[in-house]
Write a protein of this length. Structure first.
Length: 254
């Protein structure tokens, strides 16, 4: 089996190394990851500019492609140019921080996996909820077991699965739940800093106000201590509104 592994925390991130160690028993693992942290970059890609790529030895443990681009760039470039044989699976992670609810739209981790799905590969994004001391090794082992189930009967070419693992404190995880993506927005706030010359700088912070209230969703299940498995797709069409818009009286000529 050939797995293409990427992330958005950068090629030196501990979550990437942990995921590599958990996956390498399956066969060949090709690593292509950003050269710097690319969190919350969404599905941005580099257009009209060259992307610098270097082959590097990571933590004296494995070799990978260090890409001066976005997470989606890494997967697209690797699949089109950097690998010798077609991947059987694309994995992105482990991200340092959960990617649930609307964070799915911002996440570079999910975007890297989504790019794999767009290219026709089975794709999985893996994220670990932040805690005092993130246990990436245990999270990777959990993700590997979830991937076992998916590969057996739950994922096909072009499918995208989002896995979120709870903070691994005592008694967690409680199990596995399949849940829909929440749509709860975060309570955003900007910290302002005034500088000389009438210059302002703002830093965005925020969190979900009531994760327990988003019942039967990825946000709620993660809050309750479960590993959450959510199938996603890249078609953003609101199917329910198509017939509503279709019967409107549109101009005959424009």
């Amino acid at each position: 089996m050939h797995i293409l592994l990427s992330n958005d925390d950068g090629i030196l991130a501990p979550g990437l190394a942990a995921m590599y160690r958990a996956l390498v028993h399956r066969g060949k693992v090709t690593v292509a990851a950003p050269d710097s942290v690319q969190s919350a970059m969404g599905h941005a890609i580099t257009v009209g500019q060259e992307i610098e790529v270097r082959r590097v030895h990571v933590h004296n443990e494995f070799h990978g492609w260090r890409v001066a681009g976005r997470p989606a760039d890494c997967v697209k470039l690797a699949a089109c140019e950097l690998v010798d044989d077609t991947p059987d699976l694309v994995v992105s992670g482990i991200n340092d921080g959960a990617n649930v609810s609307i964070n799915v739209l911002y996440s570079g981790t999910v975007a890297a996996a989504a790019e794999g799905a767009l290219l026709g590969f089975p794709a999985v994004a893996v994220s670990l909820e932040r805690g005092r001391e993130p246990d990436f090794a245990r999270a990777a082992a959990i993700a590997d077991r979830i991937i076992d189930v998916l590969l057996a009967d739950g994922i096909s070419p072009g499918h995208l699965i989002n896995i979120n693992i709870p903070d691994l404190t005592s008694g967690r995880p409680k199990g596995v739940r399949v849940a829909t993506q929440a749509t709860q927005v975060m309570e955003d706030r900007y910290d302002r800093r005034d500088l000389p010359g009438d210059v302002r700088r703002y830093a965005l912070h925020g969190d979900f106000a009531d994760p327990a209230g988003a019942r039967e969703t990825d946000l709620h299940a993660l809050h309750e201590g479960y590993v959450v498995v959510t199938p996603l797709h890249v078609d953003l069409t609101d199917q329910r509104r198509l017939p509503i818009l279709d019967i409107l009286e549109w101009p005959a000529s424009l």
